[in-house]
Ligand binder design. Structure first.
Ligand code: GN1
Ligand code: MG
Length: 370
């Protein structure tokens, strides 16, 4: 690693002399490191990432999307007179030749991103941090509302096409290449019994009530950097999946992660549930940011987004388990099966709480719209 990172420093003309690296363990797809360089007394940090090219088949397309989106946000923040633009926009570095990657001898794609100084991120967040995360993802959406979506590449086709995710699960179960189907019959049965949810947003879209917008599509709350001292939201990170999508996907994915009372791979399923207060805190931060730009149907669909994203992710984890664990990084045996079980436990709890979720949502939405 050391030699490679030194080479990357050179290729990207990073300031200072390379002194070391740390691994950032969060993330199920790419490999992320933070490197430190030193100039005189001054330490500098950069994020270095190896792109998972099995998932992101066209790394140049993600680079293009990230550059366009971050430039747009940067411009907006400057127009608003924001004093923290540097810490609110994570930039992609260019190499000596003007490209965005260092391609190593074995064909790995490496990129360099700016580091957000004096910041912190959370995978388990307090209520006030969750409200701030809601504000950050809502602001992200708002700042991109006039972004020309046709300029974006679809980096992962059908990423949140829940129907296709279910179809892939069915196909994996039918092929059963690793003979794992017998072990997951209960999970399969549950998911297929909930397949009706998968088409809901497509139907609303076809009725003209749910437009595509530029969405983040991976809104785990650890994708927001907060100020180390004040917990004020700074940058939204991990922009590789920014693509046209539905608002309820971003809202739902955020809540299914952040308001889960357990980790995404908790062994004790009785610990998994949706914390309604956390849900409410996130909504309280998110909704005021997007309220003016979304339709009544989009607002009303937010709670459905939470269960749909839990079901979709359960289907994705289970599909990967059946297919031999080729997509998500696995840190232990049957990791994907465990993750699928957790999302299923969560989906069951969310379904029971949907009426209350709607009732609480109404608190943030003026009567005129809801
Ligand atoms: C992956 O790598 P990470 O944690 O940012 C996945 C998301 C899932 C998430 C589940 C490109 O995101 O869709 O929700 O794992 N990203 C991709 O933890 O598939
Ligand atoms: Mg991600």
């Amino acid at each position: 690693m050391e030699a490679l990172f030194r080479l990357i420093c050179e290729e990207f003309k990073l300031k200072g002399e390379y002194v070391g690296y740390d691994i950032i363990k969060a993330g199920n797809i790419n490999d992320t490191y933070v490197i430190t360089t030193i100039i005189g007394e001054c330490k500098k940090k950069y994020i270095i990432q190896r792109i998972n090219t099995a998932v992101f088949k066209e790394p140049k397309q993600i680079a293009s999307n990230v550059q366009l989106v971050t430039s747009h946000i940067e411009k907006k923040l400057i127009e608003q007179g924001d004093k923290e633009v540097k810490r609110k926009v994570v930039r992609i570095y260019k190499n000596k030749k003007g490209g965005c990657f260092y391609i190593s001898e074995n064909g790995d794609y490496w990129r360099v991103l700016s580091y957000v100084y004096n910041s912190v991120n959370y995978s388990q967040a307090t209520n006030s941090v969750l409200k701030a995360a809601g504000e950050a993802f809502g602001t992200f959406q708002r700042l991109l509302q006039d972004f020309p979506a046709e300029k974006l590449y679809t980096t992962i086709p059908d990423f949140h096409n829940t129907e296709k995710r279910f179809a892939a699960l069915n196909e994996a179960a039918q092929r059963d290449p690793y003979g794992r189907k017998q072990e997951v019959l209960a999970e399969l049965e549950y998911l297929l019994s909930r397949e009706e949810y998968a088409s809901r947003f497509r139907v609303l879209h076809e009725m003209g009530e749910m437009p595509y917008r530029v969405t983040h599509n991976d809104t785990k709350c650890n994708n927001v950097m907060f100020d180390l001292n004040t917990d004020a939201p700074l940058a939204v990170i991990d922009l590789d999946t920014v693509m046209p999508g539905f608002v309820a996907h971003d809202f739902g994915d955020a809540v299914r992660f952040a308001a889960n009372t357990a980790e995404e791979d908790e062994e004790d399923l009785s610990k998994v549930s949706l914390d309604l207060n956390k849900y409410e805190c996130f909504a309280c931060g998110f909704i005021p940011q997007v309220f003016d730009m979304v339709t009544k149907t989009e607002l009303e669909s937010l709670p459905d987004g939470v269960i749909i994203m839990a079901l979709e992710l359960a289907a994705r984890f289970l599909t990967d388990y059946l297919n031999g664990d080729t997509y998500f990084k696995c840190k232990k045996p049957k990791h994907n099966l465990l993750r699928a079980k957790c999302q299923i436990a969560l989906a069951k709890d969310i379904e029971a709480k949907l009426p209350e979720m709607h009732a609480r949502l109404a608190r943030f939405v003026p009567v005129a719209k809801y």
